[in-house]
Design a protein around this ligand. Sequence first.
Ligand code: FES
Length: 329
Amino acid sequence: MAEVFEITITPHGKVFEAAAGETVLAGALGAGLNFPYGCNNGTCGLCAARVVAGTVTQVVHQDFVFDGVRKRAGYALMCCSSAASDVAIEIGEARSARDLPHVQLMVKLMRVTTVAPEVLEVKLRCPRATVMRYLSGQYVVLTLGDVSASVPIASCPCEGGEISVHVDAKLRPRLAGALSAAPRAARVQIAGPEGEFCLHESTTLECPAVLMIAEDIGIASVQGLLGQLVNVDYAGPVRVFWHARAGMNRYAANACRALADALDDGVFTFIEAPIDPSTAINAFGSGRDIAVYLAASADAIKVDIAGVRALGVCAQRIFSSANDEGISV
Ligand code: FES
């Protein structure tokens, strides 16, 4: 198993882990940190950080060249460097999803897979020089020909220029039809990232437990958040409930169950009927201080938020994709 090193970001002291051989940027993005980057392949220089303690080694070829001053100051590209010891770095991190640049990109359609009777997984590849920065849980507006719709991102930002989205064919029949009929390498436009549904730092720092409730393809967002909890070694109990309509065939259940199993105390449950928030919160004994993430259709979320607040969960700790128009309908 690869050795794992601690990366400390100065001056605020946030810490995350990266395995030997893994780029520091990939480790940071997997942990949900908003590191700056542009190309993820050593071309643009946007991911430059000053290494103030420890050693990094270059593991990926880079075309970008530092000037003498930055070279002497210890700068390195985080998309091309891997930790060779515990390391401290200085880098300008965006503070929230709102700080991420909104971009419009023409990307290549790589693959469309029917992962469940009414769900498509669509793999897209960004151009070499530019990738879209996003956080797990966000979504993009995808345009193919004259069809345009918002769809949740299902990949991890650490995957660089490869972006996967999920399309609910029942809600988005025109888009699903156009994608299924499109040839490989067709040009597709994506605009984003959109929305602010993402793992909040207050959750990992302050909340003793996390509840996630997903409905239908809301599970794509929850899967990303679960991956981040795993990456930051979240130690508190995490309970995930997923209710999907008949025909969706539990397509993401195995991946989510594996992520929950990777947590110290995580449980994933597929449920046949819409979730009653009181049942979920009672699993913790009390709603106090827990963080609640809801990724569901707009109507279901309205019901859930009311129910969750009535159970004593603080409004600042309820995060809902209902605020993110696109995921909902
Ligand atoms: S050089 Fe472009 S992201 Fe690292």
